[in-house]
Every structure is written in C-alpha cells, then in structure tokens.
Design a protein around this ligand. Structure first.
Ligand code: KIV
Ligand code: ZN
Length: 511
C-alpha cells in the first residue's frame, strides 16, 4: 500500500521571503503556471495583507490557475483573514492558511500571550476563515520548539473549529530527523480528529536537515509536505520540492508513499525559478545542480558505461533533463523558435514572443549555435521585465590597462533623456557611479555576480546584482554578449524593482 502525499508549494510565499527573491506579479503568474504543469496540489501564492502587490498577485493567480488549490497566508487576526479571503475569491479551489506561534519563547516574548490566549485566537481565526474558504490550514508557528502537550490541545481545538489541514512547522530548523519524526508520531496519536484532516510538515534548513525532517514526517504519518523550488526561503531556506519528491519517487520501496508530481517538469521549474529570482543553485545541489548527473572520476565513468545503475540511482530524463531535439541557428524561423521555447517550458505568444525572437535573431547573427541555456537567458531578460522607471538608451565605456575607466550612459525616464559620465575604479564601478549620478541617489550594491551562460568565448554573460533599500533586497539580472552591457541591464532592473516597491508598505510575517 502506497500513501499519497500532497505537495504544498510555498515558493511564492516563504520562498519569496528570502533576501533578493522577490518577484513581481507577472513573474509570480509565470511560476504559478509552471507549478500547475508540475502538478503541485496547493500553491501558496502569497501573504495577502502584506502588500498591495502580494494581494494583486494572489488574486491574479486565483483567477488564472485552475487545477491546484490556491492559498493565501494570514496571521490569526481578522484583518488578515479577510484580506486572504478576498484575494483568493476568484479561485476554483480556495484555502486560507492561518498561523500563530505556539512555543514558550514566541508566546512570551513576541506575542506576549498566554496559552489560553493563543488557543482563543487560533479558534477564532479558523472559524472566521471557514466562512471564506472550503479549506483552512492552521499552523502552530515554531511547533518544533513547542510543548507537545500544548500542540495536542491547540490542534484538537482548531480541528473542532473546522481546520482541514494541521501544519507542524520547524520554523527555525532546530530539530533532528528523529525528534521531528517522534513529534509527528506523537501528534498523530494524541490530537483529536487528526484522522479527518491532513497532517502537514513545514521544515526549514538552518542545519541542513529540512529534507530529512520532512521525510521523517512522512515515515511517521504526515500526509502533506510544504516545500519550495530549489529550497529557496527564509535564511537557509525550506525543504526543496525536487529533493523530497525524488526521494519519495526513487525510494518508494522504502517510504511506501507517492506524490502526483510530474517529475519530468522538475528541471524546467527549477530553471525558471533560478532565472526569475536570479538565485542560482550551486553546482552540487541535489537533483537540479549542474553536476547532479555528471560523472567525472574515471572509475565512475567506466562503471556507468558498463551499466548505468552502478553509479546512477535516478535517470536524468526522469526530471526532464534531456538535450532538446531542435538546435537553433541564424536560419531558424519564428515557428521553430516558439516550438523550442515550448520544449523548454516557456509558452510565449504575442509581444513577449516577438521581443524574445528579435533578441534571438541578434544573438544568432553573432553566435553559430544558440544553446538552450542561451534561450532561457534571453527569455528571462526580455520577458520578465519590471516597470521601467529608467530605461537604458546607450552606454559607452573606455577601459584598458593604462587608462582610468570612464562610462557614458544615457537613460530614458518617462520621455526625458538623461545623460552622465563618470570614472571609476573599474568599468563596472564607472557604470554604476554614472547611473547613481543620473538618478540622483547612491544605491547600496550588496552583491554582484557574473557567469557565462554556455561554454566558449562567445558565450552570453549573465549578471546578477542585488541592491539594498532599508531592509529589502532587490535582485536584477541581465544578459548580453558584452558583460558590461549585461551589468548595466542588471543594475537598472534592480533599481526599477526597488522603485516599483518603494511606494508599498510591506508587513512581513515574522517567520
Ligand atoms: O516557518 C514557518 O513557521 C512558516 C509558517 C507561516 C507556516 O512559514
Ligand atoms: Zn516557513
């Protein structure tokens, strides 16, 4: 007997809380569409009360994405529950996810509430949420450090009030797999009505144990796993969807459990999230890292050639890691181009398709063969654009080993052309200083990374920058054959994201 495990994806909520991973409405819709193709059961689309942008994104996803349940997070207070209910109103299947902290440390210092206060607030929140959604999930924040007996009481009461899913978060990634498994086992045995609801696990990766803990939960009776693509999320992140799904799939003999995920969509989803957030996974990341299926050591290669199973426990094509059949070059037409994008998981039409095609033609004139990675980079560059408060018109750089680098930049803002020139310690410094001068603000650059999209000296350069504004981090990315142009695009995108969000006040959950 194999039990079915629901996959609750929180890339757009907990994942988006990770520094620099914020996404705009269109980007979130693109990710949600891919999550639907991936086959997740629930999409946590955001935290409705936190900002107008979050509210609007949830409402858009609720209207467009029909198969998965669409969920909004809400604290256990009426204004949050009402905002969540309003945001998911248009969804075919609705869920409100309400939470309150239950650990002694959170109750005493953060909430300043007693156990009785917390139970009262939780029951009231669940009761109110049930009027607005068929499914109500309740989370006891910091359950990992809560008294198991108090959790039993809290969960039993919210089930009686109408909760349909009970979630057990290890909010600070504190527990070991044995302890977390024991907690799930204890709750399964002690909470009244537990067999009538889903029992969910939500693990953070502070000690690198998020996947192990979630799987320990499954062994002990959890029926839902909360996770994010590539494991993005607060601090060290959340359980990575691709890891738990492939563990359950590859070791179904051991876990005796399965999900409804279409594993062949894993790689596309991972790449999409990497391009949109600018948060690239390390080469040795399990399942989706560049080296996850690469065999370098001679002894391994020899074994693989004799029998794949000597060193490979999964097939690369199981996660959709196949070399595409269509190779594009400068003679390829729009139809082949759009087919190829479909193969890569991008369903573009109209203006976005035209923009990406024009960009591809330019690239194909310079490069003999345009690789899949080039195409992904172009699409991310051209399609996931933010409102352009400042748009690049031209850039010229003078640099060399005997001259102080000088950048001349022209930007367009509304209909006005703005120009400036500055020298800098290096060419990138000169460009960024010039842009700061033009827009009249010293931008706080906190990270700058550059990588070649494919091999060869004619590779596209992809630049990711992060800029900080108060406590918020904004990521910008840009790609171009010229890495200085890519740097300029990335810097401007981060600035445009920052300006777009400045007018909005965000309330972040304290998780
Ligand atoms: O980590 C956490 O406790 C959360 C809750 C809101 C579920 O993200
Ligand atoms: Zn969390």
């Amino acid at each position: 007997m194999s039990s079915r495990i629901k996959i609750f994806d929180t890339t757009l909520r907990d994942g988006e809380q990770s520094p620099g991973c914020s996404m705009n409405k269109e980007e979130k819709l693109e990710v949600a569409s891919q999550l639907e193709r991936l086959g997740v059961d629930v999409i946590e689309a955001g935290f409705a009360i936190s900002s107008k942008g979050d509210f609007d994104s949830i409402a858009l996803i609720a209207e467009r994405i029909r198969n998965p349940v669409i969920c909004s997070l809400a604290r256990a207070v009426s204004k949050d529950i009402q905002a969540a209910g309003a945001a998911i109103k248009g969804a075919a299947k609705r869920r409100i996810h309400t939470f309150i902290a239950s650990s002694p440390i959170h109750m005493a210092h953060k909430l300043r509430m007693t156990e009785d206060d917390v139970v009262k607030a939780a029951v009231a929140a669940v009761t109110e949420a049930r009027h607005l959604a068929d499914e109500v999930e309740f989370s006891a924040e910091d359950a990992g450090r809560s008294e198991p007996e108090f959790l039993t009481r809290l969960f039993s009461e919210v089930i009686a009030a109408g909760a349909t899913t009970i979630n057990v978060p290890d909010t600070v990634g504190y527990l070991s797999p044995n302890e977390f498994g024991d907690l799930i086992c204890f709750l399964r045995a002690s909470v009244k009505g537990i067999d009538t609801v889903d029992l969910s696990v939500h693990c953070h990766n502070d000690l690198g144990l998020a996947t192990a803990n979630a799987l320990a939960g499954v062994i002990n009776g959890a029926t839902q796993i909360e996770c994010t693509i590539n494991g993005i999320g607060e601090r060290a992140g959340n359980t990575a969807l691709e890891e738990v799904v492939m563990a359950l799939h590859t070791r179904s003999d051991f876990y005796k459990a399965h999900t409804r995920i279409n594993t062949k969509e894993i790689m596309k989803t991972s790449r999409l999230v990497q391009h949109i957030t600018g948060s690239f996974v390390q080469a040795n990341k399990a399942i989706v890292g560049a080296n996850a299926f690469a065999h370098e050591a001679g002894i391994h290669q020899d074994g693989i050639l004799k029998s794949k199973r000597t060193y490979e426990i999964m097939d690369a094509d199981m996660i959709g890691l196949t070399e595409g059949t269509l190779v594009l070059g400068k003679h390829s037409g729009r139809h082949a181009f759009s087919q190829k994008l479909k193969e890569l998981g991008f369903n573009l039409s109209g203006d976005p398709l035209n923009k990406a095609f024009d960009r591809f033609k330019l690239l194909a004139d310079t490069k003999k063969e345009v690789s899949d990675k080039d195409l992904e980079s172009i699409v991310a560059d051209e399609v996931y654009q933010v409102a352009e408060y400042f748009k690049l018109k031209y850039i010229q750089i003078v640099a060399g080993n005997t001259t102080r680098p000088l950048a001349c930049v022209q930007l367009k803002s509304n209909d006005e052309l703005l120009e400036g020139a500055r020298t800098g310690a290096g060419p990138v410094d000169a460009i960024f200083q010039t842009i700061d001068h033009i827009i009249g603000e010293k931008i706080n650059l906190v990270d700058f990374a550059i990588h070649a999209v494919s091999g060869g000296t004619d590779a596209l350069g992809e630049v990711t920058v992060r800029v900080q504004d108060n406590s918020s981090i904004y990521t910008g990315r840009g790609s171009d054959l010229d890495v200085l142009v890519a740097s300029t695009k990335a810097y401007l995108q981060a600035i445009n994201k920052m300006l777009a969000e400045r007018s909005e006040t965000r309330v972040r959950p304290t998780v």
